[in-house]
Design a protein around this ligand. Structure first.
Ligand code: SF4
Ligand code: SF4
Length: 398
């Protein structure tokens, strides 16, 4: 395992962090036995940074219980996040943080983030509620060690947020397909210039730069494969680690085999190690990816649940798959995602455009409008009318 040092405080962090949001198990019910195995394997292989959040259902409690049972709390830097939208008063800061410490079975959070900042106004609102004094009190009591934020806003707003507080670190979405997306490369450099540690999330775009890469992009990588760069995931992670400004990247590993594979890559994760020709391969992959990637959904599930039962990330995944792997592959995925064969299909045409989902999307996707596109692709004309008639047919009593 390679380690990099946080410029501001000298913390030594493994280049690979464990993003706990994608620990295995049904949404809201992490599989505690498998989660424990993954955490144990990751720490054994040298990972020393674990990231969770208040808003990941059941996740803080699962991580806390695992660390306690494994006796690993003092061997890792534990990160979690403040759901700023739930803070209405200074008292809420204490209430939420105390609950987090209880769930995590710890007396301190090493890295605390304001979760999903999308505009400077969100920090200003917290500041008006007294968050700066609150942070200082927590630091003085040893309950928070480092303070940062995770970001999903525009490139233009990012420097404003960087300069709004004396942050230790920031967490940005960054991958080879997103150099100009959100904070992007300009944001990475701006944070580094300010002496902040930069943590990267979505290095593989929720798996879309790994096993779900478009066929033509995959062929380019397969043709260029070499030891250490044998899989799409290896290319994607190595591209991020190639940047010296990146301190650590988070990977949402959901199986011990993935932990082993990623840790083997992290053993060699030196900055500046990609060659010019390897960077050219990635540029060709980006061109193919952009051709097929119609909706920038990462599958984070923040928009769920939909009151009409629509599987929003599943529909977008199917839509993108129809351009990446062919229409038939996409429509088969769409029928599964929308439960077409069940008593109660949840078609995209069930959407009533309430907008609740779009307000929660960190990627800023206009979800109702994009679901209409999904409908046009998979439920065209008579097919759509037939599916809707089927889904709305009278049902007998159960
Ligand atoms: S806008 Fe449509 S998809 Fe979004 S929550 Fe409302 S009904 Fe569901
Ligand atoms: S639509 Fe947005 S919130 Fe929903 S899963 Fe995709 S990226 Fe996440």
């Amino acid at each position: 395992m390679q380690y990099r040092t946080c410029p501001r405080n000298g913390d030594r962090i493994s280049v690979l962090g464990l993003g706990c949001m994608r620990l295995p198990g049904a949404l809201g019910r992490p599989d505690e036995r498998r989660a424990r195995e993954i955490i144990a394997r990751a720490v054994e292989r040298g990972v020393n940074y674990l990231d969770t959040a208040y808003l990941y259902p059941g996740n803080e409690a699962c991580v806390g219980a695992s660390l306690e049972e494994l006796g690993l709390r003092d061997r890792v830097l534990l990160a979690t996040k403040l759901p700023h939208g739930s803070v209405r008063s200074a008292a809420d800061l204490d209430r939420i943080f105390d609950e987090q410490l209880r769930r995590l079975r710890t007396d301190r959070v090493d890295y605390y983030l304001i979760h999903n900042v999308t505009s400077p106004a969100q920090w200003e609102r917290l500041r008006d509620l007294g968050v700066e004094d609150w942070i200082e009190r927590q630091r003085a009591a040893g309950r928070i060690r480092r303070m940062g934020f995770s970001y999903h806003g525009s490139a233009g707003d990012f420097p404003v947020v960087l300069d709004a507080y004396d942050w230790d670190f920031c967490q940005i979405q960054y991958n080879y397909a997103g150099e100009r997306y959100q904070a992007g490369t300009a944001g990475l450099l701006a944070a580094h210039e300010r002496g902040m540690a930069v943590f990267v999330m979505e290095p593989l775009l929720g798996g879309r730069l790994a096993d779900r890469l478009p066929d033509r992009a995959r062929k380019i990588l397969d043709a260029a494969a070499e030891p250490g760069l044998a899989t799409p995931a290896a290319w994607g992670l190595s591209w991020v680690w190639d940047h010296p400004e990146v301190t650590m990247l988070l990977s949402g590993m959901s199986a011990t085999e993935q932990v082993d594979e990623n840790c083997a890559l992290a053993d060699r994760a030196l900055p500046g190690s990609l060659t010019t020709s390897q960077r050219e391969v990635i540029a060709r992959v980006v061109a193919e990816f952009e051709r097929a990637n119609r909706v920038p959904c990462t599958g984070c599930n923040y928009c769920m649940p939909c009151p009409r039962g629509i599987n929003i990330p599943g529909c977008f995944s199917a839509y993108n798959a129809s351009y990446a792997h062919g229409w038939l592959t996409g429509v088969a995925q769409y029928f599964t995602a929308s439960a077409v064969r069940t008593e109660r299909p949840r078609l995209v045409s069930n959407c009533v455009r309430c907008g609740a989902c779009a307000r929660r999307c960190p990627q800023g996707i206009d979800i109702p409008a994009r679901l209409s596109e999904v409908g046009r692709r998979f439920q065209p004309g008579p097919v759509g009318w037939a599916l809707e008639a089927w889904s709305r047919r009278p049902r007998g009593r159960a």
